[in-house]
Design a protein around this ligand. Structure first.
Ligand code: FHN
Length: 477
């Protein structure tokens, strides 16, 4: 019998077995792919449902609370005069020059013809923020002067229609932020010195908080709200709408509540600051219900509340020099050391730090700002864990620096290094499992002893970081 015909029972079985195995493997593979696709479809629909699902406040605030550090950008026509008008230095913050120099609307508008920021590069701005360790950017879509940094269909007083630059800056920033995973947020001024139904008629005192414009509600309904709709629809989803200029007499708490609801209707999970209403008077005093409409977080400005704002989310916004909008004469820069320690101080009190840059009329972030932000980024690269997603210190004041916390961990931010090599941590009752330098990849243990209620950590003779060295205490919380 032709051997070839003899199909060895074992051999035949072997081939059949292999075929069965191949068929089973192929079926399993097909099953896995089908289930993966189903899971992915479920996840993505859940994701988009999440985007559509109205989140709880804690869910909404999570990315913001984790972020802790953002970039404020004040940019507009005021960068052209840069603090000087008709040959004279104008005192005060640069973005207020229209008010401080009492410039008529018709004259101030002419600045648009000179605004041609040819060196503007959205990717560069976003990289500067990201490399500094910042997680979100809040830029002035429209400041008090009424000039719009996007291509608005509601006015021609905007960067596309009124300037030789003709580019939609907010659109370019939106794309750059998406590319780098940075949340884009807009500052938007309720007070508008250019609009005839708002404060323009109050010239020469645009900031008159007593006068009332009989057409103000027309400005709100036919101008401000449609512009906000443009901003959310065309550049969103946004992280935060950061309102300002709420102190004018024509703006009331009921309008604030209405605006809060309007914006929440445009993007249910957007975060809204407390200046949407008259919230700057302090949210902690408001009832739970009123607090809801008072916005999602408090906005202490150019200051760090001594004890933070217990019970509410808050963000301290600050300039790097003394002006928000660019002023060529303002070279009064805070040091990188001061800025870094402010970041730790704010986080140790449970707040966010919104640090401002005021780009020039050419579209460049000033070099002094870039240098400081790069230095902050170097520190954040090593120590970001002690800032991002942390909560306020459970310890009282500590003499040598600040403290931030996460479940099971305390981060000791040591500004003043102990000369005797013994860092004393008062009032810490928790059992400390381990102490180590955050910068030490090997997490070599630092000796820990107790003296009564005071924990004593033996530290290296020299401070690894002279500005802020972080020591981690792993505790049995
Ligand atoms: O008047 C504005 C000022 O120009 C700047 O925008 C600051 C930043 O928070 N807010 C207002 C002053 O409180």
């Amino acid at each position: 019998m032709n051997a070839s015909l003899i199909r060895h029972p074992r051999q035949g079985d072997g081939i059949r077995l292999r075929m069965y195995l191949v068929v089973i493997a192929a079926s399993l593979c097909a099953l896995w792919i089908a289930s993966y696709r189903q899971e992915a479809a479920k996840a993505s629909s859940a994701g988009s449902a999440d985007a559509k699902r109205t989140l709880s406040k804690d869910e909404r605030m999570k990315w913001w609370r984790d972020a802790r550090f953002g970039m404020f950008i004040h940019w507009g026509l005021y960068a052209v005069p840069a603090g000087e008008w008709k040959g004279k230095q104008v005192p005060g913050i640069g973005e207020w020059i229209m008010e401080r120099a009492h410039i008529p609307v018709s004259e101030y508008e002419q600045l648009a013809k000179q605004f041609n920021p040819v060196k503007f590069d959205a990717d560069q701005w976003v990289r500067i923020a990201k490399n500094a360790g910042m997680k979100y950017i809040v830029i002035t879509s429209k400041h008090h002067d009424g000039f719009c940094l996007w291509d608005s269909k509601v006015t021609s007083y905007d960067i596309v229609d009124a300037t030789p630059f003709k580019r939609d800056v907010l659109g370019e920033l939106s794309r750059a932020c998406k590319k780098e995973g940075i949340r884009l947020c807009f500052y938007h001024s309720i007070m508008d010195w250019h609009h005839p139904d708002a404060q323009a008629p109050f010239y020469p005192n645009y900031n008159d908080t007593k006068q009332s414009n009989p057409n103000f509600s027309r400005y709100v309904e036919n101008y401000m709200k449609p512009q906000l709709k443009e901003l959310v629809a065309n550049y969103g989803p946004l992280g935060v709408l950061w309102f300002d200029g709420e102190w004018i007499g024509d703006w009331t708490e009921p309008q604030g509540k209405d605006l809060y609801n309007y914006v929440r209707g445009l993007q249910p999970n957007i975060i809204i600051n407390n200046r949407v209403g008259k919230g700057r008077k302090g949210m902690e005093g408001l009832s739970k219900g009123d607090q809801e409409y008072a916005g999602d977080f408090g906005t202490p400005e150019q200051q760090i509340p001594a004890k933070g704002l217990p019970g509410v989310d808050w963000e301290s916004c600050m300039t790097m020099n003394d002006t928000w909008g660019y002023k060529s004469s303002d070279q009064h820069w805070k040091s990188g050391e001061d800025l870094l320690r402010k970041l730790a101080d704010i986080a140790s009190k449970g707040g966010n730090f919104l640090l401002n840059v005021g780009p020039t009329s050419e579209g460049l972030i000033p070099g002094a700002s870039v240098e400081r932000l790069a230095a902050m980024g170097d520190w954040m690269e090593v120590n970001g864990e002690s800032i991002y997603g942390t909560t306020a210190s459970p310890l009282g004041e500590v003499p040598w620096g600040r403290c931030t916390a996460k479940p099971g961990k305390l981060y000791l931010h040591v500004f003043d290094w102990p000369a005797n090599g013994k860092l004393e941590v008062p009032g810490l009752k928790d059992h400390v499992r381990k102490a180590y330098l955050l910068a030490d990849k090997k997490r070599a243990k630092l000796p820990v002893t107790r003296s009564g209620d005071t924990l004593v950590v033996t530290v290296p003779e020299k401070a690894p970081d002279r500005i802020n060295t972080v020591i981690v205490l792993e505790i049995k919380s």
